[in-house]
Design a protein around this ligand. Structure first.
Ligand SMILES: Nc1nc2c(c(=O)[nH]1)N[C@H]1C(S)=C(S)[C@@H](COP(=O)(O)O)O[C@H]1N2
Ligand SMILES: [Mo]
Length: 218
């Protein structure tokens, strides 16, 4: 008899497919994702600069199996990611200054999202370049994406092009035209921090309208 999978976090259902997903205007945006990696380190870091894949090559490679939870209520279990730990990347490469507390991840498609630096120090937070044994392609965030399984999908920025360290969220804006209330500062899945100011009983059914049929299984 096979063991039952662990229950999903509150308000989530098991999606029938793992497809390219994104916020409105970013969902279908074509991006040049398969060129060599160029990642700009910006803001409160010891040496702001642009790095490439060879700079990451010296870090330990991690293989991780984790579930993925989109704020619109679908989840995917058992994604197999490979990449480097964000904490190791900070210590060896980014070297944020002591006053850095917020990190803004920027994607090639113009999407961006901020996280709290302390949340990014968790062991399961990766900069990933491989999913289920294959290099990340257009669907899942090539050439490099953030994987932070304890936080909703919208914090897991794809197609990374810059990582910016800031003292706080002051001066940061979730990409227009989307309202800041959609971007909870921490967005922890276990605590159902989906959005700011809006109760989950209201936001769950609204977000469910945006789940594609292929994920619903219809
Ligand atoms: N660059 C970028 N990253 C992004 C998004 C996006 O639109 N652009 N969408 C976010 C959302 S809402 C989710 S649920 C996941 C979807 O990841 P997937 O495309 O691998 O399914 O990516 C997140 N990261
Ligand atoms: Mo999402």
């Amino acid at each position: 008899m096979s063991a039952e999978p662990a229950p999903l976090p509150p308000g989530q259902f098991a999606g029938k497919a793992f497809v390219r997903f994104g916020l409105g205007r970013f969902r279908t945006k074509p991006v040049a994702h398969d060129g060599p990696l160029r990642l700009d380190l910006q803001g409160l870091v010891a040496h702001p600069r642009s790095i490439g894949a060879s700079d990451l090559a010296g870090l330990d490679r991690i293989e991780q199996r984790s579930d993925f939870h989109c704020v619109t209520t679908w989840s995917v279990r058992g994604c197999e990611w490979q990449g480097v730990r964000f904490a190791a990347f900070c210590a060896a490469i980014a070297q944020p200054l002591p006053e850095a507390a917020t990190v803004v991840f920027h994607g090639l498609d113009g999407y961006r999202c901020a996280m709290q630096l302390s949340d990014l120090m968790a062991d399961d937070v990766l900069l990933a370049d491989t999913l289920d044994g294959a290099p990340l392609g257009l669907a899942h965030g090539g050439p490099l994406r953030l994987v932070a399984p304890a936080h909703y999908g919208y914090k897991n920025v794809k197609h990374l092009t810059a990582i910016e360290f800031r003292a706080s969220r002051k001066g940061y804006r979730f990409p227009p035209p989307y309202p800041a209330l959609m971007d909870h500062p921490r967005a922890r899945v276990a605590l159902e921090e989906r959005a700011q100011f809006v109760p989950n009983w209201l936001i769950r059914p609204i977000y469910r309208l945006f789940v594609p049929g292929v994920i619903r299984g219809r």
